[in-house]
Design a protein around this ligand. Structure first.
Ligand code: NAP
Length: 486
């Protein structure tokens, strides 16, 4: 009999898992989604200018290539539309239980007891048994609000970039944007067009490279649809470029200097004022923090109605933001301050063999074999889990590798009963990660969402994406064991 599967989250990961099960004829699955719509990060991040900085012909499922992308880097509505198209086409929408948040998952020795409830706390919690749990909640789903004294006293309107207040018109307002990462870089040019004045509060400069965006006109879209092999070849070319040219820069290889020069040239071309350029020049190697890929960010900073503020924020008052150098009166504060990225699966409570909680196991930082499986947590699989983020290529590719791995585990666990990854395999994986991590740029003295406060990189995969594909494609049997057999 096919195993019953609980999938948590209906974003790129959860939907991929559901579609693959559906295509394999396994219909005994339920997708739990706490929001009232699917799309995950592409539902949440609807700020003006939101989009992907990986070309969509690659940032999409390999089994659902899409000829209709209107540009190389489409914006959020188009990506969300693509996900809805996939869910409809593969008939998984009806399997999604919306407004249902998974609170707890407890392994009882044979099955996972999954407790879910309405996210607003109304109604009764419900507990159901599943053979398998697949977590598809992503790494960037919980906004991080800055811990700045006085935030609660602010009398204007404030919100996070991933919870955009669409009812609040920014036209003619004085606005503060805190942060200058990828989200801020995308929304700042749009906000600058409307605001009377925009103050951008930058704590640390980022490396920025141009985004070579272009529209796909009708002839290009028709060619993608009808010329045999064209889409596949284009996708492959983007993938190979990321692997061949971008990955070596992050591994401190031959292209590191090229990436730095490209970013410095971009800064020189777009920012004529040497004083402003100096304040925008990072003091750490490119790639240590996620490189921003954007061509509109720097020009926005040179507008007369935009000021870059690099003093240290000391507090927020009723009327605005104070720094150690001055005060800035604003009516709106946008916190483009990122996500609680290193706290995987929080606030869910996950309890495995022997009543051990996953939070306890991960108290020194999250880790999982292939980023997917944790010893002591049988039949639990993570998508986009620890050490599977990339700074150079498509996360959708990684998710598909993970789903392939889960699919190859299903026949094994259907026959053997619950399976867990062997502790010695996890220990070897840890050693391998640590050894590879030593060569990567992420440890080069910068703060980033890739690592915990004590500097352990819990989020990124330190190898090429092709290596990850090879490792996740290995037969799972040697790495796992049936529960009770070890
Ligand atoms: P982020 O990269 O973590 O950036 C957060 C920003 O907020 C940083 O500039 C940070 O400064 C600043 N910040 C945080 N707390 C602060 C405080 N208390 N005071 C002052 N500044 C503070 O977050 P993000 O921009 O939302 O991007 C997160 C990730 O999402 C990206 O790296 C990317 O992987 C993904 N993303 C992708 C796209 C895309 O096009 N594919 C678009 C948006 C986001 P410090 O640098 O000093 O910490």
């Amino acid at each position: 009999m096919a195993p019953s599967v609980a999938i948590v989250g209906a974003g790129f990961g959860g939907l991929c898992m559901a579609i693959r099960l559906e295509r394999a004829g396994i219909r005994s699955y339920t997708v739990f989604e706490k929001a009232d719509d699917l799309g995950g990060t592409w539902r949440d991040n609807s700020y003006p200018g939101a989009g992907c900085d990986i070309p969509s012909h690659l940032y999409s499922y390999s089994f659902e290539r899409y000829a209709s992308w209107t540009r190389r880097y489409p914006e959020q509505p188009e990506i969300l539309g693509y996900l809805k198209h996939c869910a409809e086409k593969y008939d998984v929408t009806g399997k999604i239980r919306f407004r249902t948040e998974v609170r707890r998952a407890v392994f009882d020795g044979a099955k996972w007891q999954v407790t879910s409830a309405s996210p607003d706390g109304g109604g009764e919690a419900r507990t159901e048994a599943f053979d398998v749990v697949v977590m598809g909640v992503g790494q960037l789903n919980r906004p991080s609000l800055p811990d700045i004294p006085g935030m609660a006293e602010f009398e204007g309107v404030s919100f996070h970039s991933a919870r955009w207040n669409h009812g609040h018109d920014l036209t003619g307002r004085r606005v503060a944007v805190i942060g200058n990462g990828s989200s801020a870089a995308q929304l700042i040019p749009r906000v600058a067009e409307r605001a009377e004045h925009l103050y951008v509060f930058q704590r640390t400069p980022n490396w920025v490279i141009p985004k070579p965006d272009a529209a796909f006109g009708r002839p290009a879209r028709l060619a993608f649809r009808f010329v045999p092999g064209l889409q596949r070849a284009y996708r492959e070319w983007i993938f190979r470029y990321a692997e061949g040219a971008l990955y070596p820069a992050l591994a401190r290889g031959w292209s590191e200097g090229l990436l730095r020069r490209r970013a410095l040239r971009h800064l020189r071309d777009q920012v004529p004022d040497p004083g402003l350029r100096a304040r925008l020049t990072p003091g750490y190697p490119p790639g240590c923090k996620r490189v921003v890929i954007d061509s509109a960010f720097y020009p926005a900073l040179t507008r007369p109605n935009v000021s870059l503020v690099t003093d240290r924020i000391t507090r927020v008052t009723a009327k605005g933001v104070e720094t150690d150098e001055g005060s800035y009166e604003v009516g709106t504060i946008v916190c483009a301050t990122g996500f609680m990225s290193t706290e995987f699966l929080v606030p869910m409570e996950v309890v495995g063999l022997g009543g051990r909680s996953l939070r306890e196991r991960w108290k020194n930082g999250a880790e999982a074999y292939l980023g997917i499986s944790v010893p002591g947590f049988p039949n639990l699989f993570l998508l986009y889990g620890p050490n599977t983020n990339l700074g150079h290529n498509s996360i959708v590719f990684m998710i598909e590798c993970q789903v392939n791995h889960v699919m190859s585990c299903l026949p094994y666990l259907a026959g053997a009963g619950p399976i867990e990854v062997r502790p010695e395999v996890m220990a070897a994986w840890r050693r391998r990660l640590d050894a590879s991590m030593a060569g990567m740029v992420w440890g080069a003295g910068c703060r980033s969402w890739y690592k915990t406060a004590d500097g352990r990189v819990t989020n990124n995969w330190p190898g090429p994406a092709t290596l990850y594909r090879r490792l996740t494609a290995l037969p799972p049997r040697p790495a796992y064991r049936a529960v009770g057999s070890g």
